[in-house]
Each structure stands twice: as C-alpha cells, then as structure tokens.
Design a protein around this ligand. Sequence first.
Ligand code: NAD
Length: 495
Amino acid sequence: MSSPTTKQGWLELKNTLVYQDKAWIDGKWHSAYGDETYEVTNPATGETIVTMAACQQQDVDLAVSAAKRTFESGTWSMSSPSHRKEVLKKLAALIRENQDELALLESLNMGKPVADALNLDIPGSAACIEWYAEAIDKIYGDVAPTDANNVATITREPVGVVGAVVPWNFPLDIAVWKLAPALVTGNSVVLKPAEESPHTVLKLAELAKEAGLPDGVLNIITGIGSVAGQALGLHHDVDSLVFTGSTATGKRFLKYSAESNMKQVWPETGGKSPNLIFADCDLDKAVEGAVNGIFFNQGEVCSANSRILVDNKIRAKFVEAFVEAAEKLVIGDPLDPETQVGAIIDQAQVERILAAIETAKQQGAKLVLGGNADLSKRFLHPTIFDQVTPSMDVAKEEIFGPVASIIGFDSEEEAIAIANNSIYGLAASVWSNDISRVYRVSKRLRAGTVSVNTVDALDFTTPFGGYKQSGFGRDLSLYALDKFTQLKTTWIKLS
Ligand code: NAD
C-alpha cells in the first residue's frame, strides 16, 4: 500500500489511529502505579493526544526486575547471534510495513513535517536495526599473545540491564541508536522516551514482540524525567545508562551513578556547532548546506550548525543568498507534505527561543530575517542574525530552534579559534575547495564529526558523539558496541 501523498490522506489516517496510553513492561501494557498520568499534546495544534501513564519508582522497579530476570534467564542474552540477527531483521521489516503509522505518530508527537518522518526518520530507524542485525554474527573475539603454556581469549559480553533515556527531537531514531546495538549484543533494556514523544517507541515495542523478542527484554517506561528518568538513573540493578539529551541532564546522570551503583553512564548531550565557510568554497552549495544545517527539524537538532562563520570577503554575498534561500522555506502544518519547517515542540520552548532572540538584539546582533512566531505561538519563522560576535549569548548558548548566528572572520586561524571557543564539541562543517585547507582545519576542530562541503554528515556506519560538554562515547557504527559490551578475559593455563 502506498503512503498518503496529501494532507487529506494523512488526516484520514489520523482518524483511524488508536493512541496507546500505557507503559510496556514485561511484554504487556501497564498502567502506572497509583494510576498517575500526564498529558501528551500535539505541538502543531495544542490538542491533547492522550492521557499517558506517568511511571513512578514502583513501575521502574518492575521494569528493571523484568529486564534483570530475563537477562539472567539467558533466553535472549545467551541466544546465538544468528538468532538475534533474525529477530531484529524481522523487526526492521515490521517497521517498514508500519511506516505510515509510525511517521504520523512521530509528527503528531513532536511537530516535525510528516514528510521528513516518512522519508528520513522511519526508514533510517529500520536501516539502523538491520545494519546491527547483519553485523552481529560477523564479530569475532581475540586470542591474546601469551606464551605457549597459556591461552587467553578476549570476548565481548553484554553488560546486563541497560537503561536508556532519550529526547524528543528524533524520538524513534535516537531510541533505535541505543536499542539496536544494546539488543543485538544480548542486553535487556528499560527505555524512557521523552515525555513529549512516547508513541513511536511504544509501537516499536509491540512490533519487537511480534518479531520474536522475548518478554522482558525491552521495556518502555513512559513518564516524567525527574521521576521515572531519575529512578532509572539511581537504580542499583541498571548496569549501564545510555543517555541523549541536554548537557544539564547528562550531568545529573553522572551524579545518579555516583550516588548509586557506579553504573556506566554514556551521555550524548548538547551542541553549538560551527559551520566554517571559506571564500574559496562553492557559495551556492554552502548556502544550501547552511539552510539545511540550521533549519532542518525546526533547528531542534543537537548538531545543528547554529554558528555560521563566514570569511568577511564573502560575508555580504553569503548573507544575501542565505536570507533569500531561508525565506523560501515552507513553514506550517506538519501534516502537509509540502511543509519543510514544522511546529516547535511546545510553547515554553517558543518562549525560550523568543527570549534568546530578544537578548541577541539587545546585545547588538543585527536581525536580518524572522525573529517572530506566528499568532498561535506554535511556529517560529527561520531567524538569521548577522554581525554576531563570539561573546554574545546567541553565539554561545544552545537555542535548539531555527536561529542562525553569522560571525565574520578574516583569517583561517581566527576561524578555528572562534569555532573552538565553545563548551560544546559535537559537530562542525567546513566549506572550501582547497584540500589542504580542508584537512588542516578539520584536524584542528575540536568536534566529534567534521562534515566537509556538506552538513551533518551521519550514517550508521560512522561513530557519532561529542568532545567536551557534548558528552562522551559514541553512538552508531561498531564503536557503539563499546557501550553495550564488556570485555571478558578467560585465561587457561595448559597442563
Ligand atoms: P532533556 O535533557 O530535557 O531530556 C532528555 C531526556 O531526559 C528526556 O527523556 C527527559 O524526560 C529526561 N530527563 C529530564 N530531566 C531529567 C532528570 N532530572 N532526571 C532524569 N531524566 C531526566 O533534553 P530534551 O529537551 O528532551 O532534548 C533536547 C536536548 O537534547 C538538547 O540539549 C540537544 O542538544 C540534546 N540532544 C543531543 C543529541 C546528541 O546526540 N548529542 C541528540 C539529540 C538531542
């Protein structure tokens, strides 16, 4: 069956949706302890989608004990890699079969254009699961170079119970970046989605059961971060905690670990990524890249290229072309397939972004586009500031919205210094046709990913994560297996 191609088609599908309102523990739907609930709303309309289970400490205990029991039973953790591969490949196929419903739920939960969810988020999640599934029965252990009287093997084992806490900006994708390597290596998982966007991971859990994942291996606790997320972070039976979200919450998880069982904590956190545009680049492509780099997903992207550093020799030309291109973006109803910039996650976030815009104006940045929300305060116009200096708040703080800051530079050295002058180090982009410059500059940028003549280059084949306060450890690629496995040395003395 083909996907809807019109707003009307998506609305018709919306009318058939049944929204889940419970958590998923031990293979069953579960109401929260004390019947506690909270409201999930549609950012584009403000309507309540559903009154959702708000898990409490007691629910987290249940989910963790189900995960622990299943892990220790060995039904999944000790099953063969080829069995896990088949189950996860089936899950990827089921995601593809259910792509329309998943794309719609993603858009309704977080306001992103449904076309992006359908063309990027959902197929990306299926492909990521499939990639790890295909990889797992091709990974070998090592034999250490001991003397002839001994044999020592080095093997990877699952860590046990993995707690995963994820944000709302790519609800399914980022959850899958954690779940795919965690499950394929034999762990049991308790995942807490962001309160705003629980629906696609709940659907995923149901599909995982259909694919053959044993009950208790994947548990989803819906609810509030400071309650359910904190209980998971402090739990003594969680062996590893993988997190994506803000730097402030990432630091909390490090504390939770210190206050409980010293569980491993792997934080992927915020960013203020620089986009360096040199005079010797292809300007049209750089402009197109800069637009995607900051306005895709309403700018609600951890690696968004929010600081655009432009050689002063071409700055005026760049600003003119950048404004012209950003003005053409189609903002509005996420269910309209033409929409390129959807709704902001909630009105509190709109207010925060508007406050950051006000501060930028007061500090002397020159507003050259946007700066305002629509009347409903659900949609923000792409906003561009020129004449930003590195000391202004707009150049330093993560805004997490469609706001670009243009900072001029006069030399390569100055560009590198401005780019690295940040507490964050998640990603960076470099635009230049001089291969020596590209390599020279890339080597000196303190960022986990440097995209050259493109923005936000990302694939499940390459590691993704940050330097500095953007966190540590890497998602994606085989390097992510370090988060979900422990090395076991088995030393055999030969007689
Ligand atoms: P957030 O830190 O507020 O929330 C992330 C998750 O943590 C949510 O599930 C939330 O419920 C939970 N949480 C919140 N407070 C908690 C607490 N006190 N204890 C335990 N759990 C708690 O972040 P957000 O607003 O959902 O997402 C936006 C942030 O995420 C931005 O800073 C963005 O840069 C970052 N992000 C980073 C990456 C990356 O890969 N580095 C990717 C996407 C988003």
